[in-house]
Design a protein around this ligand. Sequence first.
Ligand SMILES: Cc1cc2nc3c(=O)[nH]c(=O)nc-3n(C[C@H](O)[C@H](O)[C@H](O)COP(=O)(O)OP(=O)(O)OC[C@H]3O[C@@H](n4cnc5c(N)ncnc54)[C@H](O)[C@@H]3O)c2cc1C
Length: 405
Amino acid sequence: MTAPDTDASPIGYGEAALEFRDEIRDWLRRNAPEHLRGVPVPRVPAPDLKAHLDRWADTLTEAGLMCVAWPREYGGRGLSGVEVALMNEEFDRAGVPRLTRGMGEGLVGPAVIAHATEEQKRRILPPIISGEHDYCQGFSEPGAGSDLAGLRTRGEVDGTDLVINGQKTWTSGYYKANWMFCLVRTDPDAPKHRGISYVLLPLQVDGEPNGVEFRPIKRMTGQALFGESFLTDARTPLTNVIGGLHQGWRVAMTTLGSERGGSATTQHVAFERQFWRLVGEVRERGLQDDVRVREQLAWAWSQIQVIRANGLGLVADLAAGRSGQGLANGSTSKIRWSEFQRRLAEIAMDLIGPDALVTGTGYELGEWQDEFLATRSHTIWGGTAEVQRNIIAERVLGLPKETAR
Ligand SMILES: Cc1cc2nc3c(=O)[nH]c(=O)nc-3n(C[C@H](O)[C@H](O)[C@H](O)COP(=O)(O)OP(=O)(O)OC[C@H]3O[C@@H](n4cnc5c(N)ncnc54)[C@H](O)[C@@H]3O)c2cc1C
């Protein structure tokens, strides 16, 4: 089993969306690279695979298949949520990765499109599409994670620039980024949710460092995929402030909404693929008749179907012109997928038994060991599961706000 068959789907996608699906299917038939078909893409691909992926990213960019949900006037393709979902399914059907421009596409772009000036949109969006600008996220600080509005990094206006001093932490992908989108306090006298600005900061200016020093932090998997960021007199023109000076909180909410709910319509596709890899592992180990194993797999499969139904529900909403993408919807989705992925990895570790414990010099982490360690963090980044539950309690159920800590 792979992606749900959209030909047989109960959702009325509409003729235009189905025509688009056929166009993508045909394009993939002609252009999908054979050497990438069915190849799993690890968090940090080996150099050979990375070179293939970079070439594939160029092909997608040339074909107008990068940042596809962005409006056409800024270099996107103006696809609706339904069309994006159909496109993802077609890539899965063809067995090739549906590459994106990462945080630039998923987090910066939506915020810029919603809140930036026309001049900013025309300047900031195209280099994200081309891959020239690669962003990392400077939101969290040592004393401001869940309580993000408590951030203390300062931004002071100096002529036509903003000068930034402070510390960020857990900055994912800093090692490959050349820009950071960050939140800084520009009005220390305002109440804490006001007086914050949403700023795009180049990490180099004219080839020289721009006052941002990174120190890697190793994750449990052994990889340093994030780091601490120390900002000392880092400069950016005021024209890189999005949504107006001191008005950054509402811009940040757009970014957080995208981070939590962004791929809700199609994430089941990746989960199904992962599930069948686990079933393969079970068969290889001759465990398929074990009642306990079958129970766990049945649980996982039913959870994926719940996630799929939820995703299709969202697609149906979008197809019918109803918006289902509020912050609360993002929170529900984030809790569901992050807790499911953690549990699936626990099940996998249980199934592979003593092999799960083999690590150390000369023994690289296997897929499930890596997944088990990496998914511990899924209920933390993008807002913890506890914080998502608070959002649902307050904004969906209308329960009283928690008392201040
Ligand atoms: C893998 C990974 C990648 C990340 N990447 C980035 C990145 O690229 N950029 C970036 O800016 N940040 C990033 N983060 C940071 C992430 O957003 C924060 O870790 C997260 O918001 C939690 O903040 P904190 O770590 O300060 O924990 P804290 O806020 O100190 O929370 C500690 C514990 O208290 C609980 N808690 C806190 N407040 C409440 C409350 N009001 N009610 C109930 N429980 C509460 C939390 O749920 C948690 O269990 C990343 C984190 C991880 C793990």
